[in-house]
Design a protein around this ligand. Structure first.
Ligand code: ADP
Ligand code: MG
Length: 256
């Protein structure tokens, strides 16, 4: 596979499975031999905690990287169980939004910082906050593509239009490389007819931009963060873990 692939995991809604997707795809890719860096761009720091790091004890974080007081190489740390590296985040990151306003190329700070480690990782997965803020913009400017986790609910398609418009604007004005890699159906329950219907609508609208892999609703994925690891390593035999490993295979296959 050629070059580092940098992907944002984004959806402007909260609680749709972005962080779960980020850490489990990272662990799945690590299992198939890929060198992965997770960048936590959400001040909630859930990807940091869910990777087994104490967000209150980070020596330096993505905040320091964005403001230029640490390099990615200095600030990244291994996830103890995940098998990948993490550039962590905590509440401090919420202040970056305001502090960055004074900087030149303020939406390209992450892109510039990642450039220095581009030979170290096959994949960089950026866990975005649930907003279309300057932080998310930094993610979108640094990335080649966007992975969009979504639940198959009634307003799912409508909710996508803001994100799709933002991606189009970033593509037109700031980052011509940016594209939607795919939509990932998460927390799926095949017994719910409505979810099946929305899933079919998604495929009709977005065609092969919808990943083949479907992530089921699975309680082991929800339990794993409190054990400081992704579901993929916490309970490898669970349905959720197996789905994310399958997703990692699909990702590698698609990118060829
Ligand atoms: P986001 O990062 O978009 O806010 P999260 O990944 O934190 O969303 O997921 C929201 C909640 O749903 C969390 O409590 C998480 O553990 C749970 N969750 C996510 N995916 C699944 C799944 N496939 N099955 C069961 N629970 C899930
Ligand atoms: Mg999250």
């Amino acid at each position: 596979m050629k070059g580092t692939r940098i992907f944002c995991v984004a959806n402007q809604k909260g609680g749709v499975g972005k962080t779960t997707t980020t850490v489990n795809l990272a662990a799945g890719l690590a299992q198939v031999g890929q060198r992965v860096l997770v960048v936590d761009l959400d001040p909630q720091g859930n990807a940091t905690t869910g990777s087994g790091l104490d967000k209150r004890k980070l020596e330096s974080s993505v905040y320091d990287v964005l403001l230029g007081s640490a390099t990615v190489a200095e600030a990244r740390q291994p996830s103890p169980k995940g098998g990948y590296q993490v550039l962590g985040a905590n509440r401090e990151l919420a202040g970056a939004e305001v502090e960055l306003v004074e900087f030149e190329r303020r939406e390209k700070r992450l892109k510039d910082a990642l450039n220095a480690v581009r030979d170290d990782h096959d994949f960089v997965l950026i866990d975005c906050p649930p907003s279309l803020s300057l932080l998310t913009l930094n993610g979108l400017c640094a990335a080649h593509g966007v992975v969009v986790p979504m639940q198959c609910e009634y307003f799912a398609l409508e909710g996508l239009s803001d994100l799709v418009n933002t991606i189009k604007q970033v593509h037109a004005n700031l980052n011509a490389e940016l594209q939607i890699i795919g939509l990932l159906r998460v927390m799926f329950d095949p017994r719910i007819t409505l979810q099946q219907q929305v899933s079919e609508q998604l495929k009709a609208h977005f065609g092969d931009k919808v990943f083949d892999t479907v992530i089921p609703r699975n309680v082991r994925l929800a339990e794993a963060p409190s054990y400081g690891q992704p579901g993929v390593t916490f309970d490898p035999s669970s349905k959720g873990a197996q789905a994310f490993v399958e997703f990692a295979h699909e990702m590698v296959r698609r990118l060829g």
